[in-house]
Design a binder for this molecule. Structure first.
Ligand SMILES: O=C(O)COP(=O)(O)O
Ligand SMILES: [Mg+2]
Length: 232
């Protein structure tokens, strides 16, 4: 158990990551990517290969996937080759993702309980993800999580994404909270690095996607196995 008000007596706000922290979206990623690859007449990709590619936004994901599948069919995955296919890949991926958004994903155990108790203590709350905002908003609504948050920001809401500290600083600004009194809750080194550089404390969940690396190797203020363990 991790007592928020004991660790951070003046805690004003919580910023929560989405993929791998609140929702296990790996099934959505796999479905949308494989429909896109089929449209491009490229071979399918499996979940274990996708997992370490998730967390740095859609552009990074699509480029990593294209690099992988082109390599598999013996085509040189040069920057030019990827660039040539990128526009169509993004168009098809976006189309499919929006069509299946939330259908192959599930909310992790303890998420609603955690969010509800922070909310009931009057903490200000924002969701900050590297997912495009047009994917994040409908997903949160479909899973019944949207109303916990004062603000939702995506990977395209600001000039730069996590691990850059800018999105966290901008989110603190929107919440009207001081970074040092704003807790970031995430699942990856991306979230931790952004938080460290923004001056926010950070708690990491043990069950998400951390680019294939053990989460406890990432420096953080604390680790939890469920959001409900982070008691307000
Ligand atoms: O790269 C992604 O789309 C995942 O984003 P998130 O972990 O910041 O929610
Ligand atoms: Mg995440």
């Amino acid at each position: 158990m991790f007592e928020l008000k004991k660790m951070f007596p003046d805690c004003e706000a919580v910023i929560v990551d989405l993929d791998g922290t609140m929702v296990d979206t790996m099934g959505d990623f796999a479905e949308a990517l494989n429909r896109m690859l089929a449209d491009l007449q490229l071979p399918a990709i499996d979940v274990p290969t996708i997992e370490p590619m998730v967390g740095k936004g859609s552009e990074h994901l699509l480029r990593a996937v294209l690099t992988h599948v082109l390599g598999q069919i013996g085509k040189p995955a040069t920057a030019t080759e990827i660039d040539n296919r990128y526009a169509q890949a993004w168009e098809r991926y976006q189309h499919h993702y929006l069509a299946i958004n939330g259908r192959f994903s599930r909310v992790y155990a303890g998420v609603e309980k955690g969010l509800a108790q922070w909310r009931s203590k009057g903490l200000k709350m924002a969701c900050l993800t590297n997912k495009p905002l047009s994917f994040a908003e409908p997903l949160l609504r479909a899973k019944g999580l949207r109303d916990y948050f004062d603000h939702v920001f995506g990977g395209d809401s600001f000039e730069r994404k996590k691990p850059d500290p800018l999105p966290l600083l901008k989110t603190c600004e929107a919440l009207g909270s001081k970074p040092a009194l704003t807790l970031m809750v995430g699942d990856s080194s991306n979230d931790a690095e952004a938080a460290h550089n923004a001056g926010c404390p950070v708690v990491l969940v043990s069950y998400g996607y951390n680019h294939g690396q053990p989460i406890r190797e990432v420096a953080a203020t604390g680790y939890v196995d469920a959001l409900s363990e982070l008691q307000a």
